[in-house]
Design a protein around this ligand. Structure first.
Ligand SMILES: [Zn+2]
Length: 353
């Protein structure tokens, strides 16, 4: 019985209290992700959005800092500039193009890039869509390899090649034995239904919409207590279950649910077997949010939504043990950790504001 006590999804996992903090926004288990994350997350000063296209663009190693200095620095800056130009010329003759990357270089991390609109971008040889604004997005799944190669072919013929180091994460794994088998395996007569629903969800996540709607940035779609985290996994009666790919937000039934980012609703179903009331919002370029176990949906497939717009209410529909919103993000089939895209969940008293 203790298995179902916490408010979460039956099929998935609840973190131990200590693990909850281990994967929160301030942390990577190894600490390796921290430095990069800071440069990546939308900072409070900038608001929730990503940096605007071109904002903070740095053409040389010190470009942004030079602008902030006083007149007295001009001579040394000029020297710096000349040295920089000479070094760039000597070491990398073909790096005239623009390339900026902001994001979390860790398993479950998402990266937003900016380059020229006509640049060609590939990640490990796979084409990545570039918007008319020069924006592009890619992400790393739960078991992403430790390295990836990003290649950008700029319109002027130059190339930027970046070897990306992807930080490894440790996930909470729980072994639970001696459960009644009916809790572990879904009944035979719902298997066809589950497969049909999975096909529908897979099709929604395969959409490659050209608009970079993710440029709105991300915000929590509900306020509450984090009761489940990305990547955790249960092994029931020796059988590994699918890892938990979302972040669970426990709150009273009927609490408002809002769009975490701009997008287009591509799936709105009231009664899926596992996930109950389910919304999938397409943020463009293969990036989508899923909002699960909802009590009610107030938007329909095909509708455009803005970040913060109400889309329904929080519930305990489908296979859930109590009212919570399970928020997931996919970049196509890659599972992204939503908690890496938003500030820490506000404390309850702040949530009242
Ligand atoms: Zn969940």
């Amino acid at each position: 019985m203790k298995v179902v006590r916490a408010v979460s999804c039956i099929a998935h996992v609840n973190p131990s209290p200590s693990h909850r903090f281990a994967v929160g926004p301030s942390l990577s288990p190894t600490g390796r992700g921290i430095r990069r994350r800071r440069s990546v997350k939308p900072s409070p000063r900038r608001g929730r959005g990503w940096p605007a296209p071109g904002a903070g663009r740095v053409r040389g190693p010190r470009g942004a800092r030079e602008e902030d200095r006083g007149h007295g620095m001009r001579v040394s800056l000029l020297t710096w500039f000349l040295v920089t130009v000479l070094l760039l010329g000597a070491v990398a003759p073909a790096t005239a193009g623009t390339l900026q990357l902001d994001g979390s270089f860790t398993q479950g991390g998402l990266v937003i890039g900016t380059t020229e609109p006509d640049a060609k971008v590939t990640l490990d040889g796979k084409a990545v869509r570039v918007a008319a604004s020069g924006r592009f997005v890619f992400g790393f799944g739960r078991e992403a390899a430790p390295e990836a190669t990003l290649l950008v072919e700029h319109p002027d013929g130059s190339r930027s090649e970046r070897r990306l180091t992807i930080a490894r994460r440790d996930y909470d794994i729980q072994r639970i034995d001696g459960l009644p088998q009916a809790m572990v395996t879904p009944p035979e007569d719902v298997l066809a239904r589950i497969k049909a629903e999975n096909d529908m969800i897979r099709a929604a996540r395969a959409i490659d919409r050209p608009e970079p709607l993710f440029d709105s940035g991300f915000a929590w779609p509900a306020r509450g207590t984090i009761s489940g985290v990305y990547g955790s996994q249960r092994i029931l009666n020796g059988e590994p279950r699918q890892p938990h790919y979302g972040v669970d937000i426990a709150a009273p039934e009927g609490a408002p649910v809002t769009a975490p980012a701009d997008g287009v609703v591509v799936l709105a179903e009231r009664d899926l077997y596992y996930t109950g009331g389910t919304l999938i919002i397409d943020h463009g370029h293969g990036l989508s949010s899923a909002l699960l176990h909802m009590q009610s949906l107030t938007v329909a497939a095909g509708e455009r939504v803005k970040q913060g717009q109400p889309v329904g209410t929080l519930g305990a529909t489908g296979r859930a043990t109590g009212p919570h919103l399970d928020w997931r993000i996919n970049w196509f089939e890659e599972r992204i950790d939503p908690a890496l895209l938003v500030p820490p969940m506000p404390a309850p008293e702040q949530a009242e504001q």
